[in-house]
Design a protein around this ligand. Sequence first.
Ligand code: B12
Length: 223
Amino acid sequence: MDIQALLIERIHRGDRSGAHALLDAWAAEYGYEHIPAEVLDPMLIQLGNEWSTSETFTLAQMYVAAKVTEDVLDKVSHLFKVPGEGKPPKGPVVIGNSEDDFHALGRHLVGTFLRAEGWDVHDLGNDVPAGRFVDMAQEVGARVIGVSAMMLTTALHIKKVREEIDRRGLTGLIQLAVGGSVFNVCPGLAEEVGADGTVANALKAAELFVRLGEQSVRKETGA
Ligand code: B12
């Protein structure tokens, strides 16, 4: 079945329960654990593009897509809950949306994929002040902070996280990962906000966090 096309057709119709029925049928065949990467991520990116280019796609339809995604992520979260299950534990990380940013979906997907790869994810939610990211990273001993931002204005707030890390003398020890569609369309923005790295989607996030974690260890040991 062409799950993307069928799902998007139900979302266009605002048919939340129909979308769930479809996802349940797909999961019965392929497994719930594959839904975030194989269905939700590509669907949301396609709908995001549609939103930006189509005059008929409405906020209500995007709301349905967001709700369906959140319902499914809730449903599958127990599958990814125990860090290290089936994978070597990778340690604590902190994620959240930058100050003033309420675009939670990308962050939810990143958190789900990181948990699946064995990270112990501390998710601070939406609209997180810079200091709170660094406080939490120090509290749990995280080597990487991941900040999600979808808008140019909110991406620029990430500079404050950079400044806070540096002000506390933690440069290099706590690495700063950033992501969100604005970074995909504005080359150079990640460097401008002082990030140590970025990637275009949640699937690649786990790899980025491993690389940044290693950079932090090298900084600490002087290797
Ligand atoms: C859905 C949506 C909303 C929803 C959010 C619902 C929710 N619960 O998340 C609602 C309706 C609330 C909303 C509100 C607003 N939105 Co809006 N929204 C979108 C939309 C259509 C899709 C975003 C999305 O969810 N994409 C799907 C996810 C899966 O993709 P993603 O977020 O990019 O995440 C992936 C990667 O980027 C990466 N990633 C994400 N975070 C991170 C973090 C790290 C560390 C890493 C490594 C990777 C990573 O992994 C993710 C999964 O693969 C975009 C359009 C677009 N093309 O992006 C506009 C958009 C982002 N919104 C926009 C705007 C302006 C707003 C509003 C101001 C109101 C308005 N006029 O529409 C408010 C602002 C709210 C706020 N203060 O945050 C603009 C931003 C313009 C800009 N660039 O500055 C956009 C681009 C639409 C547009 N073309 O105008 N929005």
